[in-house]
Design a protein. Structure first.
Length: 170
C-alpha cells in the first residue's frame, strides 16, 4: 500500500511539473519558407490566389490518392486523409498575398500567408510562405510544437520548390 501511495504522489508531481513546464512554451509556432522564382508577380499570383490552381504545384493536391472537392466559389477545398476530412480555405486576398486556413480534425488550426515579393532590379520574385500554428494549452501539444518545424517544414519547402518548377516551366 505504501509503494502504491508513493507511486501516485510521484506521478501526480511529475504531471504537475510537466504541465507547469509546458506553460513556459509559446502557444504559437511560426514557420517561414521562401523561394526565388524566375517569373513575374502578375503571372505567379493566380497560381496562389486560385485554390484550384494549387493542383498544379501543391504536392498534397497533386497526389493521385487525393480526391479534392472544391466548393462552388472555389475558395474552399476538402479532401480525405486517414479517414478524416481536411479543409483548406482562402480567407483573404491582398496585393500579391493570400491568407488561408487549414483545418484538420484533432490537430491545431494552421494559418497560411503566401506572399509574392518582387526583387528589385530583377525579373525574379520571392515567394514567402508563413505558417502560423496555434497550439492549445495541453502539455503534449506544446512539446509537439517544439518539433513541428522539423516535422512539417520540409513539406512546405517541397511545395514551394514544386511551385517554382511549375511556374518556370509554364
Amino acid at each position: 500500500m505504501r509503494i502504491f501511495k508513493s507511486f501516485i504522489i510521484v506521478s501526480a508531481g511529475l504531471f504537475i511539473f510537466i504541465t507547469l513546464m509546458s506553460l513556459l512554451i509559446p502557444s504559437k509556432v511560426r514557420i517561414t519558407r521562401a523561394v526565388v522564382i524566375n517569373t513575374s508577380a502578375a503571372k505567379l499570383y493566380p497560381e496562389i490566389s486560385v485554390l484550384q490552381n494549387w493542383t498544379n504545384w501543391q504536392p498534397v493536391f497533386k497526389a493521385d490518392s487525393a480526391n479534392i472537392r472544391f466548393e462552388k466559389n472555389a475558395d474552399k477545398a476538402e479532401w480525405d486523409s486517414k479517414g478524416e476530412t481536411n479543409s483548406l480555405e482562402i480567407t483573404q486576398r491582398k496585393d500579391n498575398a493570400v491568407l488561408a486556413s487549414l483545418t484538420r480534425p484533432g490537430e491545431p488550426d494552421t494559418y497560411y500567408t503566401i506572399g509574392i515579393l518582387p526583387l528589385s532590379d530583377s525579373a525574379q520574385v520571392q515567394v514567402e510562405w508563413n505558417i502560423l500554428i496555434k497550439l492549445r494549452w495541453y502539455p503534449w501539444e506544446k512539446f509537439y510544437g517544439i518539433f513541428i518545424e522539423k516535422i512539417s517544414g520540409q513539406g512546405y519547402e517541397d511545395a514551394l520548390n514544386s511551385l517554382k518548377e511549375y511556374a518556370e516551366s509554364h
